[in-house]
Design a protein around this ligand. Sequence first.
Ligand code: HEC
Ligand code: HEC
Length: 233
Amino acid sequence: MLSKNSLALASALTITMPVALAMGGSPATDDGAVAARIQPVAHVEVAGSAAKAPGGNRSGEEMVKTICGACHAIGAAGSPKIGDKAAWAPRIGVGLDVLTKSAIVGKNAMPPKGGAADATELEIARAIVFMTNQSGANFKEPTAGTKIASNDRSPEQIAQSACLKCHETGEKGAPKLSDKAAWTQRASKGLDALTKTVIRGHGNMPARGGLADLTDAELKATIAYLLKRVGAN
Ligand code: HEC
Ligand code: HEC
């Protein structure tokens, strides 16, 4: 089974690589000609992906060739490049669920769902599996009906993917992790009361910190984790 899988991946890789080479690997011979070569392909592929979209059942390979590869095949916009194990390793570490969530909401220069607004969670997950398994991961491709956003995320993973973007920097007036006084004051309400506030959302903080599928228990554990990091009780 495993070797059959890696064979399939290896052959997929040989299909992907020429694309990467055509887009980024060739020396700058004639920029105009290169752009002319890339442009029509990009257009055809966008039209093609829309036409093939019904049912949202595209394979990971299809997703990557038509959508994600535009950046990830060449490392455009600072994206982790397919095959670059060092760039992917820390990301792979958080697990497929968290990566899928992250790709769905988008991250910095990465647009939500890589710009494919019609993509399903399953398609995004498949695309991630396709890319990361060529980059040092060994994820099992989720099948239709799998609940991808399963609840085996650690508080640390949740905080990383959902909470720190505001609470690390103080974005939108969020109490910063470095601001122990602010947290100590809030913590005095007790963990249950804090959890209730975050479930509802509070001021500029979206309900459940923006992760709609977080369970109450996960949220509580994540708040406890944040308080511990802050050093508040
Ligand atoms: C417009 C360019 C672009 C496209 C298209 C794109 N990505 Fe990305 N992607 C990025 C960039 C840039 C990052 C790095 C974001 C960061 O960490 O700051 C990234 C990061 C990621 C990550 C890691 C997220 C994390 O939390 O570290 C995953 C997973 C991912 N992309 C999946 C996809 C998938 C799946 C697609 C196609 C459906 C896709 N990307 C399409 C630019 C793109
Ligand atoms: C979009 C930015 C943003 C994100 C993402 C976010 N928060 Fe917040 N958070 C805030 C802001 C702003 C406040 C202060 C709200 C206020 O007091 O008006 C806050 C307050 C809090 C508080 C104190 C609530 C209280 O009753 O005083 C806790 C606890 C908290 N956040 C936990 C979390 C957790 C856990 C996550 C991730 C699951 C998260 N936050 C994600 C912006 C954010």
